[in-house]
Design a protein around this ligand. Structure first.
Ligand SMILES: CC(C)(COP(=O)(O)OP(=O)(O)OC[C@H]1O[C@@H](n2cnc3c(N)ncnc32)[C@H](O)[C@@H]1OP(=O)(O)O)[C@@H](O)C(=O)NCCC(=O)NCCS
Length: 214
């Protein structure tokens, strides 16, 4: 029997996550997930409109939907790592169960580990012996090299490349199309700008951009 799932976050990544869930359901056999709807404390009007057009209901905010959340798995589909971590803490306190979602077109190599609550989108490539923490988001087309370790609540935006043996600290964001060269470390809460090429270690909570990234 399909398990109930609620997507947290009515923004663009919320709808992309609905696509991932639908693709998992369509991949063969009985559908794995029954999509109940989307929860968001303060959805923008444009997002409510887009969600309606997508055919899924906005169920309400977290506090108003506690009963629904208690009987469903959840996917936190909020792109901001910091917001995601805060939401997770709030939901874990209420006994949340997080779904781990991997689009069927993603490739995950041998010995790689995917933390609970992670969302891996279409066309992602995860190499061998990669460690993904809790609630890691890999957006479409991201590539993660061999032996890389991404801590909890890391986001790699579309087309981002994390090379082999890189370590990415908790809550960091790797921008769209950015490249982190092999063996480097990106500190906790750091941001790598879109299209940057990271050639040196990035300190915690620092924003870097450009080629080479500064
Ligand atoms: C680097 C980044 C974090 C900077 O954000 P910010 O601090 O709000 O920066 P601002 O937009 O105020 O821009 C500040 C300056 O940096 C430049 N800049 C912004 N992003 C840049 C980037 N990725 N690479 C090079 N320069 C960039 C701006 O042109 C501006 O230059 P100026 O001062 O000469 O006018 C952000 O632009 C970024 O790239 N984030 C990743 C976003 C991403 O991946 N988006 C895709 C989502 S799917």
């Amino acid at each position: 029997m399909a398990e109930r799932i609620v997507v947290i976050g009515a923004g663009g990544f919320g709808r992309e996550t609905l696509d991932v869930i639908e693709a998992i359901n369509a991949a063969g056999g009985a559908p794995k997930w029954e999509i109940v709807g989307v929860v968001d404390d303060a959805p923008a009007a444009v997002n409510l409109e887009r969600l309606g057009a997508r055919g899924y209901p906005h169920l309400g905010g977290i506090d108003a939907t506690r009963d629904i959340l208690a009987t469903s798995a959840m996917a936190i589909a909020v792109g901001s790592p910091a917001t995601r971590a805060l939401l997770a803490a709030r939901l874990i306190e209420a006994g949340a169960r997080f779904a781990t979602l991997v689009h069927p077109s993603a490739i995950v190599g041998s010995q790689s580990r995917i933390g609970e609550g992670s969302i891996i989108c279409a066309g992602v490539q995860v190499s061998t012996n990669v460690g993904l923490g809790l609630r890691v988001h890999l957006n479409p087309g991201a590539i993660i090299g061999h032996d890389a370790v991404l801590a909890d609540d890391v986001s790699v935006n579309p087309g981002g490349v994390v090379s082999g043996d890189v370590s990415v600290g908790r809550g960091s964001l790797i921008g769209a199309g950015a490249v982190v060269l092999q063996g480097l470390s990106v500190g906790e809460g750091a941001v790598v700008g879109a299209s940057a090429c990271v050639t040196r270690d990035v300190l915690p909570r620092v924003v870097v951009k450009g080629v080479p990234a500064r």
